[in-house]
Design a protein around this ligand. Structure first.
Ligand SMILES: [Zn+2]
Length: 150
C-alpha cells in the first residue's frame, strides 16, 4: 500500500477514535460533575472536583489521548504527519500503524528514552511537560475541544 493510502487509512482510524473518546469523555465528565446534561461547563466543574480523583484521572488520560489524536490529525492536515519531530525523517508506515500518535522515529524514540534531555534539546515538549502543564490547569477540556471544531 502506498504511503499516502496508508496515511489516509490512519486518518480514518484516528478520526473514529477521536469521536469515540469525545463521546465517552462527555459522558464521564457529566457523571463527575453530577450534572444530567453534558455541557461545556461540565469539563470545568469536573476538574475542580478533587474528590473524584480516580474518575478524573481516567478522564484525564482520555483527554490526553484525545490531545494526541488531535495533534496527529492536525499534522495530517498540515501535511507533516509521519515526520519525526526530532530528526525530520519519515517515520515508517509500519510504526505509524502500530502507534498512530508517534511523533518520533524509532531511533529518536530510543534516544529520548536513554537521554532525558533529548526532547528538550530538540525543542520538543515531552508528555512529562504536558502533564505539568495539565496540573496547572492551563489546558482544559474546553480548550482542547475548541481545537477540534472543523
Ligand atoms: Zn528521528
Amino acid at each position: 500500500m502506498a504511503r499516502t493510502e496508508a496515511l489516509k487509512a490512519l486518518q480514518k482510524t484516528l478520526t473514529a477514535r477521536r469521536n469515540e473518546l469525545r463521546k465517552r469523555l462527555n459522558g464521564e465528565l457529566a457523571n463527575l460533575s453530577g450534572a444530567a446534561n453534558a455541557s461545556g461547563d461540565a469539563a470545568d466543574a469536573a476538574f475542580d472536583n478533587i474528590g473524584e480523583e480516580i474518575n478524573s484521572q481516567l478522564a484525564e488520560m482520555e483527554a490526553k489521548e484525545l490531545a494526541q489524536i488531535n495533534n496527529a490529525l492536525l499534522k495530517i492536515k498540515q501535511g507533516n504527519y509521519g515526520v519525526c519531530d526530532a530528526c525530520g525523517c519519515k517515520i515508517p508506515v509500519a510504526r505509524l500503524t502500530a502507534l498512530p500518535y508517534s511523533t518520533l522515529c524509532i531511533k529518536c524514540q530510543r534516544e529520548s528514552e536513554n537521554d532525558s534531555s533529548f526532547l528538550t534539546d530538540h525543542g520538543i515538549l515531552g508528555w512529562e511537560g504536558v502533564r505539568d502543564y495539565d496540573s496547572d490547569r492551563e489546558v482544559r477540556l474546553s480548550d482542547l475541544e475548541a481545537g477540534f471544531r472543523d
